[in-house]
Design a binder for this molecule. Sequence first.
Ligand SMILES: C[S@@+](CC[C@H](N)C(=O)[O-])C[C@H]1O[C@@H](n2cnc3c(N)ncnc32)[C@H](O)[C@@H]1O
Length: 262
Amino acid sequence: MENEAEYPDEFISFLELIWGEGYLSPGGPAEISRILDGLDLKDKKVLDIGCGTGGITLSLAAKYGAAKVVGIDIERSVLDIAHRRASATEMTARVEFVKVVPGSLPFGEGEFDLVFSKDAIIHIPDKKALFADIMRLLKPGSWFAASDWMSNHDGKPSPIMQRYLRAEGLNFSLGSPERYHEALALAGFTDITLCNRNKWYCEVARQELADIEGPLYEKAVAAVGKQESDRNIRIWRTLVPALETGELCPHHIHGRKPGKPA
Ligand SMILES: C[S@@+](CC[C@H](N)C(=O)[O-])C[C@H]1O[C@@H](n2cnc3c(N)ncnc32)[C@H](O)[C@@H]1O
């Protein structure tokens, strides 16, 4: 029996309406390009953790020239869409989508030249175990490049943050940038950087809220119904204040596995 999807079809459709086809997180291609700035994916083998509906996974092959990209996710609903999306492209031989169960990743030591993830690690409670596993999967000298939603502290969420977390209703394990840094260092990563994207997303999210309450509303209702549209407006109305205090703070994350590339 599959667990109930955290990303059911109407939620996926709503998020893709705001964030673009194939994107279940904000920022579109420009944000991916910032995360990958300075990294060469050409002819490389890449792992995309929490690939969602596959738009980013496909772009890692099509736009960034990766020879092979493996997108993994725990949800059948998103992977079915990712499969369909890939089938409609020329990328089928270079992109593979794999359903995994939470825990140790089913790949061999040193199998990947780059491990990527966009806004999915928030769903994974044990960051130390995850980063140790990513370290195992990477070739010496290669990079982990990601983005994730974080909290600016590891204490009890403020009432504003709690209101957002309740409205979102997703299975989130928020950690602070310090906690991520510590877990990456413990796993053996070097050149660790964490770049706060709060200011950027705060502006973007205000605009998203104005759009879904205004010009996008009718389109959203036609696509996913009034109930789902209104539910998401309620989420965004709690999301924006959590960003405005700085407590909810998406970050870009980079770390390198020590050693010389072969
Ligand atoms: C916010 S979505 C982001 C999807 C995609 N990276 C994007 O930016 O469009 C987070 C994804 O992580 C997936 N996820 C949750 N827990 C996971 C786990 N333990 N391993 C892999 N993926 C997971 C969810 O099913 C969901 O598709």
